[in-house]
Design a protein around this ligand. Structure first.
Ligand code: SF4
Length: 238
C-alpha cells in the first residue's frame, strides 16, 4: 500500500473535532493534567493508529486513555493497559521492546498496527453510541488502506467488537448475519468478494479491571496474539 495514504489519514484524524463532548473533555484533561504528569505537555487531540502501513495484524481497542494516549499522542502508550499489551506483543516477538512510555521511545511493531474505533479519550472510558458512530468513518478508511496486507485482527473487548463489525463490512469484508457475538477466544472468518478473507479474534480488553482481577492473564493474551499472528502469516515467538 501507499504509506503516505496512512500518514495522511493519521494527520487528518489528529485534527478532527466532530464530537463536541470529547473535544471538550480531551482538552480539559490536557489543561488540568494529573499531578504525576504536571511537567508534560499533553497531546490533547485525537490519537491515530500506531504501527507499519503494511501491517498483517490489526489490534483494535476501545479509545485512548485520558492520561495515556491523550497525554503521549500514541495509542496504548503511557498507561497500565498499554503496559500489558506491549509486554505481550514483545513476548511473542511482535514489538521491539516491552515498554511503551512516550511517542519517541523507539518502540517498533513488527507487522502489527494498533488502533481504536474511537480516537478521542472519553470521560469514564465510555464513548456514547453517537460518538462511536461519528468516529467509524476513520476506522473504515484505515481498514481500506490496510486491506492489501491485513489478514487478521484482534478486537479487545465487546465495545470494540460491536464498533468494528460494521466498519469491516463497510470496508469490504462480509460480516455474517446475525452478527457474531463477542467473547474471549471468539473467532470468525470474514470473507471478501474481491480480496482475501480476514480472521477476526475476540480478546478481553487489557483494562486494569480485567488484568488486575485475573479475568485476562498475560498467558491468555499471548495465546490470542499468537493465534491471530499465525493466521495473519506472521511468525510469533513461542
Ligand atoms: S472521537 Fe473520532 S469523530 Fe469524534 S472528535 Fe474524536 S476523532 Fe473525531
Amino acid at each position: 500500500m501507499d504509506p503516505r495514504g496512512l500518514d495522511r489519514l493519521d494527520r487528518r484524524i489528529s485534527g478532527c473535532r466532530a464530537c463536541p463532548r470529547l473535544v471538550a473533555w480531551r482538552e480539559e484533561v490536557a489543561r488540568t493534567r494529573r499531578a504525576a504528569f504536571a511537567d508534560w505537555t499533553y497531546w490533547g487531540r485525537p490519537v491515530p493508529g500506531f504501527g507499519p502501513p503494511d501491517a498483517r495484524l490489526l489490534i483494535i481497542g476501545l479509545a485512548p486513555a485520558a492520561h495515556g494516549g491523550n497525554r503521549t499522542g500514541r495509542m496504548f502508550t503511557g498507561d497500565r493497559s498499554g503496559d500489558v499489551l506491549y509486554q505481550a506483543l514483545y513476548d511473542v516477538g511482535l514489538a521491539s521492546q516491552p515498554t511503551s512510555v512516550h511517542a519517541g521511545d523507539g518502540l517498533e511493531l513488527h507487522g502489527v498496527r494498533v488502533t481504536a474505533p474511537v480516537h478521542c479519550a472519553p470521560p469514564a472510558n465510555k464513548p456514547t453510541p453517537a460518538e462511536r458512530d461519528a468516529c467509524r468513518p476513520w476506522l473504515v478508511q484505515e481498514l481500506r488502506l490496510l486491506r492489501p496486507t491485513v489478514r487478521a485482527a484482534v478486537v479487545l473487548g465487546a465495545f470494540g467488537w460491536q464498533a468494528a463489525l460494521p466498519a469491516f463490512a463497510e470496508a469490504g469484508w462480509t460480516v455474517p448475519r446475525p452478527r457474531p457475538a463477542f467473547g474471549h477466544g471468539a473467532h470468525v472468518e470474514l470473507d471478501a468478494a474481491d480480496g482475501p478473507a480476514l480472521g477476526l479474534y475476540g480478546c478481553f480488553h487489557v483494562s486494569q479491571r480485567n488484568t488486575f482481577t485475573g479475568k485476562l492473564t498475560p498467558e491468555m493474551l499471548r495465546d490470542v496474539l499468537r493465534t491471530a499472528a499465525t493466521a495473519a502469516g506472521l511468525r510469533p515467538a513461542k
